[in-house]
Design a protein around this ligand. Structure first.
Ligand SMILES: Nc1ncnc2c1ncn2[C@@H]1O[C@H](COP(=O)(O)OP(=O)(O)OP(=O)(O)O)[C@@H](O)[C@H]1O
Ligand SMILES: Nc1nc2c(c(=O)[nH]1)N=C(CO)CN2
Length: 166
């Protein structure tokens, strides 16, 4: 089976986030059918929360390019297993977490199933995704909008996103 390029976002705002993100990528790289090809710098970002929810610690965010022989659903399953392995507890939506792994792009696939949407439906609004992703995949065309990641990254407010010393 052929390797297909894909992009993921990593986020953490509980625990030793820097170690968690590094270890999560190492775990993914050891997973059969997944290879980590490139990783962005780490970014400290203001937490996006639901209205009226208590304040949360800043996130550490990163994006990575993978190549995989897995199907999109099998890859999602692998990402969810790695999240669980790093102590992710599912509470209310957008609550603080040790590790969040989102599947952003899978080649030029557009997929809308009940448990998996590709491209990730909220990626184009999120500076904490687009800024790190533009660093490693500026020319990748987001297939729903037809815009490149570099173009999309120009459209978002990046005031809450700053590169972390790594
Ligand atoms: N592209 C995708 N990447 C990751 N999960 C997805 C995707 N599309 C759909 N999902 C579904 O979303 C579910 C909930 O994901 P999760 O709890 O990580 O959401 P969240 O990180 O709190 O919020 P958001 O999706 O806005 O980032 C997953 O179990 C998965 O089935
Ligand atoms: N800054 C930041 N805020 C968030 C993030 C994230 O990764 N970074 N993830 C969320 C749910 O996926 C909700 N809010």
């Amino acid at each position: 089976m052929q390797f297909v390029p894909c992009a993921i976002a990593l986020g953490s705002n509980l625990g030793d986030s820097q170690t968690i993100l590094k270890s999560a990528l190492e775990t993914l790289d050891r997973t059969p059918g997944i290879k980590v090809v490139q990783r962005s710098h780490l970014y400290l970002t203001k937490a996006l929360t639901l209205p009226d929810s208590p304040p949360q610690p800043d996130y550490l965010n990163q994006c990575a390019l993978l190549k995989t022989t897995l199907t999109p659903h099998k890859l999602l399953q692998a990402l969810l297993e790695v999240e669980l392995g790093f102590g992710r507890v599912r509470q209310q939506r957008w609550s603080a977490r040790t590790l969040d792994l989102d599947l952003l792009l899978f080649d030029d696939v557009i997929l809308n199933t009940s448990d998996l949407q590709i491209p990730h439906p909220r990626m184009c609004d999120r500076a904490f995704v687009l800024v790190p992703l533009a660093e490693i995949a500026p020319d990748w065309v987001e297939p729903v909008t037809g815009a490149t990641i570099a173009q999309l990254a120009q459209l978002v407010d990046r005031s809450g996103v700053r590169q972390a010393s790594s």
